[in-house]
Write a protein that binds this ligand. Structure first.
Ligand SMILES: C[S@@+](CC[C@H](N)C(=O)[O-])C[C@H]1O[C@@H](n2cnc3c(N)ncnc32)[C@H](O)[C@@H]1O
Length: 270
């Protein structure tokens, strides 16, 4: 594990990094994340994690991995990737160096936060598709957040998670505001902008269908909520919200505050 940074060096060092998560590092120091999960984290349906072996899939800066450790997990594995070829792009791919740079930002932020927190979370670099019990053993609980929309094949990814999971999976995924977010009828939109790793945006019913198709049953479900922007967010200007196409106006207005999300607690079916 890297040496703990000196407290006086924390703040200037933090600003050298780009943060996705807002993480309290102690001593009143907080990372300027693009999103702030802190207001919703206690509303998620956490089981008692004390003594459990836990997995955080697509962990980025590690907010959920550190949260599981804080809740008493015996062992936490934070899974992410460092190989550009593991990022799914629809069609056009940006230069490999640009993709690598983006991945390194997340991985460096994680390492920094782990050291600052004195955490024992283990980082593993592996695509979710390649998870298998022979290499990793099994876990008693897992989290997976804001990842499925970045994947070409979300059902294959969830099926791979199932192979290493002997307990519940907590999903906290982005959902599409312009789809039907209230009713449970499953809907998915093929987003796929060239050069960006976005694929499918689902509504709550669509997320449930993905989870079922991968062999999980839903044990509990939340309600759509806005995952709030953090200090590091780039907020759209109000006038941009009313540009064409007008079907995006609601999404753009929501984006001024954050992104619409939805949680599910799922259990592997035998
Ligand atoms: C949007 S962030 C979500 C971070 C966190 N899970 C959350 O809910 O806030 C998505 C993360 O998934 C990672 N990722 C993308 N493709 C992946 C793959 N095939 N396997 C594992 N992680 C992947 C990205 O590198 C990034 O760190």
């Amino acid at each position: 594990m890297a040496a703990l940074p000196d407290c006086n060096e924390l703040v200037p060092a933090i600003t050298q990094l780009r943060w996705y998560h807002t993480i309290d590092l102690g001593g009143g120091v907080t990372t300027p994340g693009r999103y702030d999960h802190r207001p919703i984290v206690n509303a998620l349906p956490w089981p008692d994690l004390r003594g459990l072996r836990c997995l955080d899939v697509g962990s980025r800066d590690g907010f959920f991995a550190f949260e599981m450790e804080r809740r008493g997990a015996a062992e936490v594995v934070s899974l992410d990737i460092d190989d550009p070829s593991d990022v799914d792009f629809p069609g056009f791919r940006p230069p490999e160096d640009d993709i690598k740079h983006e991945l390194d930002l997340g991985n460096r932020a994680f390492e920094f936060a782990r050291a600052a927190l004195g955490s024992r979370v283990q980082r593993e670099m592996l695509s979710v598709y390649k998870l298998q019990p022979e290499a990793f053993g099994t876990f008693e609980f897992a989290t997976l957040g804001t990842l499925l929309l970045h994947l070409r094949d979300p059902v294959r990814a969830l099926s791979a998670v199932k192979t290493v999971l002997a307990g519940p999976l907590l999903l906290n995924e982005a959902i599409a505001p312009n789809l039907n977010v209230i009713r449970r009828r499953p809907v998915a939109e093929a987003v796929m902008p060239p050069g960006l790793p976005f694929w499918w945006c689902v509504n709550p019913g669509g997320l449930e269908r993905l989870v079922n198709a991968a062999g999980f049953e839903v044990a509990a479900r939340g309600r759509p909520y806005i995952l709030r922007n953090g200090q590091g967010a780039q907020r759209p200007k109000l006038r941009h919200c009313f540009r064409r196409p007008f079907r995006d106006t609601l999404s753009n207005l929501i984006k001024m505050r954050g992104d619409l999300h939805y949680w599910l607690l799922a259990r592997p079916m035998p």
